[in-house]
Design a protein. Sequence first.
Length: 279
Amino acid sequence: MEKSPVLKNKKIGFIGGGNMAEAIIKGLLSSSIIKASNIFVSEPNKRRQTFLTSEYKIKVLKNNLDLSKKSDVLIVAVKPQIMWEVLSDIADHVDSKKLVVSVAAGYPISQIEKALKKGKKKKLCVVRTMPNTPSVVLEGVTAITAGKGVSKPDLKISHEIFQAVGRTVEVPEEQIDAVTGLSGSGPAYIFMIIEALSDAGVKMGLSRDVANELTIQTVLGSALLVRETGTSPGELKNRVTSPGGTTIAGLHALEKGSLRATLMNAVEKATLRSKELAE
């Protein structure tokens, strides 16, 4: 990916240098859309500070205030429990000229803006995102929802930042909980499916290494086949299923076990739980 004109010369500051922040930093640098000298991180853990500096050649600042002063884009990558405190601390240095991007689950734009305004009337530019853990290997998907003060160029910046770690979709904020239930929690569902298929291979006599290799590549290849061909999963399933063959026997067992309903119920339960945590 070539250097992005919308990100060129922009200074991006990360409040919090945990796994998600590192994934985004790694993606931005590996995509060459921004220079390391334009990335800053505020991180309290000294060991983590040393690692980020040596690994990515970025600058670690001592506190959030210094970071907010230097940055054009602020990515708030801290736990929801400390969001209010963090946002309140930097509020005096944030206005409509700074793009604030949150990756905190269950923390609505209205609360972010309330913390940043501190009772004052001012315009803000706030974007809320829901990335998922495959972002760590640059194969994530991030849902993006924008506050009222976000311009088209700022929205484009948000998309380009997260496209460095995978793909992006844009949704209204009321759908973020559904995103959390599907793609946010979804990797755990897939991990469980991978584990179960591997166990099944071992049960049928395969070694664990062979079972793992077959399972992982089958899941990865199948996902890529859906994505690259644009063909519906149902149609691709039908192409694999011969009359009276092995696949239809396996599919019958999955239907008897209510696999579809179980996965749909999992997304529903996770979505409802996300809504409860946000209240």
